[in-house]
Ligand binder design. Sequence first.
Ligand SMILES: [Zn+2]
Length: 753
Amino acid sequence: MNLQKEITLLPQPHTIRLERWRGTSSRPVKKTGKDPGGRPDEYRIELNEKEILLYASSGRGFQYAEQTLHSLEKKYGLAFIGMIEDYADIANRIAMLDLKRVVWKKEALLRHLHELAEWKINCCLIEYEDKFPYESLPEIRHPRAFAREDILEIAGYARDLGIELIPLVQCFSHWEYILRHSSYCSLREKTGSMQQGCPLNPAVFQLFCSMAEEVIALHQGIHSFHIGADEARLLGHCPACAEKMRREGKTALYGDYLADAIRFINGKGLHAFFWGDFYRHHDHLPQLRGLQCTAVDWAYSEKSARVKQVCFPRIQGNCAVFGTPETAVYSRFLLPDPETQTLFAFPHRKIVEADQIPVIGAGNITTPENILAHVTAAVECGSPGVIGTYWASSNSLSMPYSVYELRKSGTALLGAAAWNCAFEQQEKNTFFERFLQHAETKLQTPEELKFLHSLEHHFASQPGIPEKIPGDNPVSMKLKMEQSLAKFQHARFFDRQSYDFCDLSHLFNSTLEFNTGNHKCDFTDETLSFLPPGEHACCGIAFLLKHRILLYGRQCKATPHRENIRCNLRKCKAVSLIQSAVGGSADENGKWGEFRIRYADGNCYCEPLIQYDNLNAWYQPLPGRRVRIAVMESPRPSLRLGLHQFTLLNPFPEKELEEIELESTSDGVIALAAVTMISPHELNPELPDAVNTVDKIRRDMQKCGSSMERLLFSEVGDASAKELTGIALDSMKCQIDEMEQLLAFCGKNRGGR
Ligand SMILES: [Zn+2]
C-alpha cells in the first residue's frame, strides 16, 4: 500500500513510498555517505527489516533526514518499510526577522530560530537595527540592545541549526533609528526628516562602514550581507545632491553610493544583497556591473504568480492590464500568456535580470498567498532563493504591526512551499490546519490564523472593525470590545443645541487638493475631495464640514504657523477638532504642534499635539490613544485617507473663554476641517445604551489585558510588552472614560434606556 496520501509532514517530502510493517523490534539508524543525488539538500531514508539507512551528501542533508524521521515517528510511529526521497525546490529559503521597534527576548529569538530549522529554512536575514551592541556608536544602541555575548550565542546557535545568518544594516535609507539622535542630525539629507542620510556626505558612508564592520565581526563564517537601500525617497534634496542629480541624474546619485557600499561588503569577502525597489522606476544600475550582489524584488500585494493586472509604475495609471496596447510594449517583462490571459506578477524581476544583475523575490509573511506567489515565481524562474519578510513596523518611529509569534505561520509556509512547492500549491487550503498539527503555537483554529493574517495591525486600533471575529486570543478579544463600542462611532450624545460649530470660513486657506492661494501642493499628490460637506457626528460629537480647509504648519510657505479661532460660547465643557497631519513630519518626540485654550482672565491651557495620542496622519489613518477616525475613504486598493477627531474636555469649564489657538511646532503641516464647542443641554433620546456597554467593556478589558500579557511576556521584553498592551487597550480605556465624563454632564441618566 502506498501511504503517500495518508502521511503529511511539514514540509511535505517529495516522495514517500512506505508500507505498514508488522515487525516490532527497534532498528538501528545508520548514516551512509552514498550520494542520494545533487538537488539542494537532497536526502533519502530507507527503512528495511534490519535497519534504517539515511543517505545524504552534506551535514544539512543528514540533519533534514533525521528531522523527517523524527516527525514521522512523532506523528505516525516508525512501523514502516519503504523509502522517502526528498530535496528542496529552492536552494536558499530565507526567513527575515526584523528586530526594530520592539525588544525581543533572546530566548524567544532562539526558539524561533529552532522553528525555522524545523521548517527546513536554511537562511535567516536578520535586521538588528538599534538592538545591536554597537561599541563605537553608543548613541545608536537601544538601552535594551543585546550584549555582545548574546549576538555570539545567537550566531552560534543558528550555525548549529544549519541556518546561515545574513545580517542587514541599512546603508543610508530608513535611518530613522540613527538620524533621530541630535548627534547625527548633520547627516540628514533633509533637515526635517529622519528617513535618509545624504549619500554625498562622506560621514554617512563612514558610519555605514563602521556599523557593518562591527556586525560582521560578530558573525564569523557568514557568506552574505544585506545593505538595505530601499525607499530612498529623499534622493536629491540637499543642495549637493540636487546639483549632482541635475548634472548626472538620479541613477548616478543612487547607483554610485550603492556601488560603494557593495564594494565595501565585497571587500570583506561577502556577497551583498540590496532591496531592489529602485528598479521600479529605473532600468539600469550600470555601476553594479562586476560586483558580487543580488537585488531583492520585494512586492507584497501580489497574491498569485500569474495575474490579470499588476502594479507597474512605468505605464499610466501604474497598473498593467492583460491585453492593453501599453502592456504589449513591455511584454518581455510582463510575459503575457494568451491562454490564461494573465501577466507575470513580478515584472520588476525581469527588469533587473535584463540589467544583468542577479535577483530574488521577497514576499511578506503577513499574507500567505503572497508568500506562495513568490515561491511559485521563484521555482518557475529557477531562482536560487526566496525571502519571506517579517516586519515589526514600517520604520523605527512608527506603530508596531504585531509580534512575530502571531505571524510565524507565514514563515512556516515559506519553508514548506520553498521545499515542496507543488504540494503546497495543491494543498493551499489546508495549510493552516497542517501548521496547527505540526507547530507549537498559541493559536487554536485555522479560522483564527486566517483572520489574524488578514489584519495589518494586531495591537493598534483597526481603521474598520471586521464583522466576524473568530477565536479567543487577546487580539480577537480586543476587537470584540471595539466592535461593541463601534455603535457609538457615528452617534450624537446630546441634542443639537449642545453643539456650537466655530465659523472657520474666513480662515480657510486651502482647497481640498491642498492648494493654497497660487501655490500648488508639494507634499502630496492625494486629495481630501471625498470629504462629505454637511453635518456629521463622531463618537458623540457633531461637527460641520465645508468645501475648504485650514492648513497650518511650517513646512508650507503659504500657510500660517499659528491660527487663532474665535469662540461664540462664553463657556464650554469640551472642544472637539476634526484634523489630521497631512505633510512633513513631527519632531523626534512625535510632536506636531500645540492646541491652546485662552481664557478671558489671561490664563491659557496648552495641549501638545502628539502622533498616536491626540493627532494622527491622514495617510493610512489609524485611531490613536485619544484620537478617532472621523471620516475615511479608500480611493484605491491598499490606500486609505481620512481625518481624525480629538475631543478635549475643558480643564477649566467655569472660566470664560477668549479664543482657541492652534500652532505647528514641527516641520509638519496640519489640516483643520472643523471645530465644535460642546455645552451639553439634553441627552439625545435615540442614543444606544451606553451604561451597560461601558461596564461590560471595563470587565472584558481586564481579561484581555492579562491574556495579552501572557502572550507577550514570553516573546518581548517587559517594557515592550507593556507598550504593546497599552497600544491595544489605552485607546479604548480613554474612549470609555471620555464617554462617561461627557454623558455625566447631563445628570445621572448616562444614556441608558
Ligand atoms: Zn545630499
